[in-house]
Design a protein around this ligand. Structure first.
Ligand SMILES: [Fe+2]
Length: 174
């Protein structure tokens, strides 16, 4: 499938506000400035947000059902909790890979939801077709979710030297 961007209402699904509250941050774009926040963020599945995920669990499940109901019928399972990734200004966050390189089975899809605006070097870079390696960044804003075949399409991120950090959540659909 082609990478697809779906819109949702960020006032209904307040993941950004929740993340700010949990992290004690007024501005997610400045996350790289807080040593306190960075010290507690050990990995995408072990951080302040994953630990308090139960607070938004119901909203997250409604979000997935509403977002995907009309687009992808027959979803049998999805990852919960999602992974939370901090893309700090000045750092690279992911080498380029296909999820199949790590044993993920064909037929699964990736959903990537930025909680900040993303474009250029603070975004996710994806190749246009399998094996093309012509990676391009996806431009998205709060209120959008990207669905793509990360099992087969190469993806990753580059070192970013801009002044804004990004925070995203992502998950697999089974
Ligand atoms: Fe991946």
């Amino acid at each position: 499938m082609e990478p697809t961007i779906l819109d949702f209402d960020p006032k209904k699904y307040k993941f950004r506000e929740w993340a700010c509250e949990v992290l004690g941050a007024t501005c997610l774009e400045k996350l790289h400035k807080s040593d306190r926040i960075k010290a507690l963020n050990r990995s995408p599945t072990s951080n302040q947000l994953s630990q308090l995920f139960s607070e938004i669990q119901d909203s997250y499940h409604s979000f997935i059902l509403e977002l995907l109901r009309d687009t992808f019928s027959g979803i049998s399972s999805y990852q919960s909790p999602p992974s939370f990734r901090f893309h700090y200004c000045g750092r690279s966050s992911s080498v380029f890979h296909r999820d199949r390189d790590f044993g993920v089975e064909d037929g699964r899809l990736n959903v990537w939801v930025p909680l900040t605006n993303v474009w250029g070097e603070n975004s996710l870079w994806i190749e246009s077709t399998v094996g093309a390696k012509n990676y391009k960044p996806i431009a998205m804003k709060l209120g959008q979710a990207l669905i793509f075949d990360g099992v087969n399409l190469g993806h990753g991120s580059i070192q970013q030297i801009r002044r804004e950090s990004a925070l995203t959540l992502d998950f697999c659909l089974g």
